[in-house]
Design a protein around this ligand. Structure first.
Ligand SMILES: [Zn+2]
Length: 301
């Protein structure tokens, strides 16, 4: 896996080690070793990061847009909904003036149209599934991102540091053909013991392939989970939820003619004891998580 720093770490100057330095190192090493013998109470080697991670499912009507902020104010936007006007309102309301990482899970309009507006926040990195869209909306997005100076990357299981949170990109498995939904990019965010997972509109063939790959990124429990494909019947299924073990599911949905969310999906979540939040009923849904795994939920309505 490749790991990238959104803010690159400063490189230490190279230094040669002399004989005198080696002697000094030996003395220091011996002192540390002796001191270690006296330690009785084990200390936690990696203290949990402070602050909270915010995962906000923006109410964009029928579509997806998830805004994630690290305690340090680093920003990840996963999809942007279908409306530039709606996205402009959210950008103002939540002060989105810089995006560090933007992910388009796939190139359908209900996921990328709002990203054209969000490109004004000059994303440092833009990640997509590698399948170019065939619409004017897609062309507009590419132009906006080029103007913003964004670095384009195809989803390749990259890992990013978003401040003290970690973002894992889950690349579509090979052999999914040319369908946009079945080539959805997955995103997992880990902040200590607080975990979020979203996989766009991935349909059963894609999630089944991820299951057979035994990917660590899909292992639950997951506190914050996005319903696949707005609660369509071809999205979430039992074998997948058994692995993911979501505690809360957010269905990002608006008025639509597809029958989203389906009773099949709602029954599946209920049978698995998952708390259900719908953006069409509750507006924007926000989770605020701490590194110890505890969290709070707020809804707009
Ligand atoms: Zn969709």
């Amino acid at each position: 896996m490749k790991k990238r720093q959104l803010s690159p770490a400063r490189r230490q100057p190279e230094r040669r080690t002399s004989g005198a330095d080696l002697l000094a190192l030996l003395v220091v090493g011996l002192t540390v070793a002796l001191a270690a013998c006296n330690i009785t109470a084990p200390s936690d080697p990696t203290p949990e990061p402070a602050g909270t991670l915010t995962v906000r499912f923006l109410d964009v009507g029928q579509g997806d847009a998830i805004l994630i902020r690290s305690p340090e104010g680093k920003t990840l936007l996963v999809d942007g909904g279908r409306s530039t006007t709606r996205m402009a309102e959210h950008m103002q309301k939540y002060s989105i003036d810089k995006i560090d990482l933007m992910v388009a899970t796939h190139a359908d309009a209900d996921h990328i149209a709002g990203l054209v507006e969000a490109a004004k926040a000059k994303p440092t990195y833009f990640i997509n599934n590698g399948l170019a869209g065939t619409t004017q909306t897609w062309d507009r997005l590419v132009t906006a991102l080029k103007d913003a100076g964004s670095t384009f990357q195809k989803a390749n299981n990259q890992v990013f540091n978003l401040g003290s949170a970690r973002v894992s990109i889950i690349a579509p498995p090979a052999g999914m053909g040319g369908d946009q939904n079945e080539n959805s990019v997955g995103v997992r965010v880990d902040f200590g013991k607080f975990h979020a997972l979203m996989t766009g509109d991935a349909e059963k063939p894609e999630t089944t392939a991820w299951l057979s790959q035994n990917r660590p990124e899909i292992e639950g429990p997951i506190q914050v989970y996005k319903s696949i494909h707005h609660g369509a019947a071809n999205g979430d299924h039992q074998a997948w939820l058994t692995r993911v073990r979501p505690q809360n599911v957010v269905i990002s949905v608006g008025s639509n003619t597809y029958g989203h969310p389906t009773q099949t999906a709602l029954d599946l979540y209920a049978a698995n004891g998952v708390n259900i939040y719908r953006t069409d009923e509750l507006g924007t849904v926000t989770f605020t998580g701490k590194a110890d795994g505890t969290y709070k939920v707020n809804t707009e309505r």
